[in-house]
Design a protein. Structure first.
Length: 334
């Protein structure tokens, strides 16, 4: 199997397929995990993202439940530590209108199995604690996935962009030339449409997001802290991450200082101790958006082409279940 894209989706599928004894070669235009999987905050948080019954919500909840085993197995297979915290999330409402909306949403979520409970939270109108939301450091996951894949015999071709996929899935043409195999998986995130445009697939598009981080004392923030589009979380190292913005700006990699300052000011409103700090890092990434909002996961009918792209805000969360689904489909087609 050839996989286009060495982000968290491409490499988690590569690892899973190779564990199922399927030979895999992964191509990436840059280095493994250099794009959205590097930029992501790593929130594993259906409580912040899901509120309606849908197959995507089911998938998010399944994937969250798979995470402890995913992290443990990956850490063992790679010999690398992964910062994974089952810390929960505090969601605050700052006025009466937001408090009512938070309650309505929590009721809808409870019906889906997303647990939350009312808590007192200083300075808020009301707040809820989402018990099951968690955080992982995606850069740890990517380093571990890369190592686990290599140990498992996956061939990794970094800086070798695929330029064309043969329409029947019998291989690809990359910068290095043609490569033949018995199937191709398109897992190139926001770049997937460039490869998939010949097939009847929804369009992928980049949805840019800025994030910032502060050097802070470890343990300053025990949970994810959220308010509307602002979230804060803390790595085991102490690095405190704040996000995010949402822009349709194509693949423009220019950091916008105005957006950085807006995130800093929203983060400081949520955690006043941050107002005195300067962000020590700022970066952006391209969320893999998709027309229709539902990730394209599965086989393209009548071909040996599979897709796993369009995970938008939830690629880190959805990786374990996506790799399970792809492996099942590929094995069934053997
Ligand atoms: N998953 C959070 C974000 O995309 O900003």
């Amino acid at each position: 199997m050839i996989i286009a894209g060495a982000g968290i989706i491409g490499l988690s599928c590569a690892w899973k397929l190779s564990l199922c004894k399927i030979p895999v070669t992964v191509f990436d235009a840059r280095e493994a995990g250099g794009e959205a999987s590097w930029a992501g905050a790593g929130m594993l948080a259906p409580g912040g993202e899901m509120e309606e019954a849908s197959p995507l919500t089911d998938m998010a909840l399944r994937s969250l439940a798979m995470y402890p085993e995913f992290v443990e197995a990956l850490s063992e297979a790679s010999g690398m530590a992964i910062d994974y915290q089952r810390c929960g999330a505090v969601e605050v409402a700052l006025n009466q209108r937001e408090a009512e909306e938070l309650e309505r949403r929590a009721m809808r979520q409870a019906a889906l199995g997303i647990r939350s409970e009312i808590i007192d939270y200083n300075g808020s109108e009301s707040a809820r604690f989402y018990l099951d939301d968690a955080v992982v450091n995606p850069r740890n996951v990517m380093a571990a996935l890369r190592e686990a894949c290599l140990r498992q015999g996956v061939k990794l071709r970094e800086h070798d962009a695929i330029v064309e996929i043969f329409p029947d899935g019998s291989g690809v043409r990359a910068l290095s030339g043609p490569h033949h195999d018995d199937g191709v998986l398109i897992a190139a995130g926001a770049w997937s449409s460039g490869l998939a445009s010949k097939f009847p697939l929804p369009a992928a598009m980049p949805v840019r997001g800025h994030l910032i981080a502060y050097k802070a004392e470890a343990g300053m923030l025990g949970t994810i802290l959220r308010h509307e589009n602002t979230y804060l979380l803390q790595r085991g190292t102490g690095s405190l991450v704040a996000g995010a913005s949402t822009e349709l700006a194509g693949f423009d990699r220019t950091i916008d200082e105005g957006i950085v300052q807006q995130i800093h000011s929203r983060a400081s409103q949520l955690l006043p101790g941050l107002a005195a700090l300067e962000p020590s890092e700022r970066w952006l990434g391209f969320r893999p958006g998709i027309e229709g909002g539902v990730p394209a996961i599965g086989r393209v009918e009548g071909t040996r082409i599979w897709t796993a792209f369009g995970h938008y805000r939830n690629g880190i969360l959805l990786a374990p279940d996506t790799s399970r689904l792809i492996a099942e489909s590929v094995i069934q087609a053997q």
